[in-house]
Ligand binder design. Sequence first.
Ligand code: PAF
Length: 291
Amino acid sequence: MQKIHTVLSMERQAWKWRRAGVRVALVPTMGYLHQGHLSLVQKARSSVGPKGRVVVSIYVNPTQFAPGEDLSKYPRDLKRDLALCRAAGVDAVFAPRDGQMYEGGESLETGGQAFSTHVVEHCLSQSMEGKSRPTHFRGVTTVVAKLFHLVQPEVSVFGAKDFQQAAVIRRMVRDLNFPLQVLVAPTFREKDGLAMSSRNKFLSDSERAQAVVLFQALQWASACVRQSPRRASFLKNRVQKILAQAPLARLDYVAFFDPLTLVPKPKVAPGDQMALAVFFGRTRLIDNRRL
Ligand code: PAF
């Protein structure tokens, strides 16, 4: 397995693969890999076949964290991630060193030399995560666009847990004509239903036990809507009551929306999408499902 730590060597390798006609699949991650990431790797492998190359990028992207969010605390363990990637049959890990991705620094305050170009999606990124974390998607689309340029994949795989992120990236790929296919792999869950996430590591034992409430709320809403369409206000009210049974949970948002346009649905029917974000202390968890 190749380990690539600079932008220049990634560009050179991508160019060699391209010249040799090798199919490349990219799995962008922020590291601290778990079973969910490895399922994205599997999907990447089956899409490019044994002769293709599967690249995992590992980069905790500072521009998608707002000041005061958990950037400095975000879990990192490159050694362990590399071992997991090797065991999963990954061909190359692109783990850019500090200072590689944002030449001149990523802060606009650092003045004239700082990185100052962003990719912004203006529609799908406004609600839910975009409302709670206003600069988040600008950071995601910018870094993912850069990764697409550097790795030049023909396929890139994202997780369905970040439903809105996948929708925003699909839109960026369509709008900016990136020559690649975006695949979305199903959410990987713990035995009790909690969606796997690197941030689960921050939960205390009691928070972890109560975190299953996100899954329970999704399951309840799905069963309810399958009986008959319901008003979103009714569902939101009942979801708040379900969350109240987990005293450590604090709801950030719950939303019911069209899965393609992300437009909120006042009346919710089977086939609509539900998403929610819940705080446990300073840890913020998200989850979603098709109802
Ligand atoms: O989903 C993530 O881990 C990140 O948002 C991504 C896509 C790797 C961009 O930094």
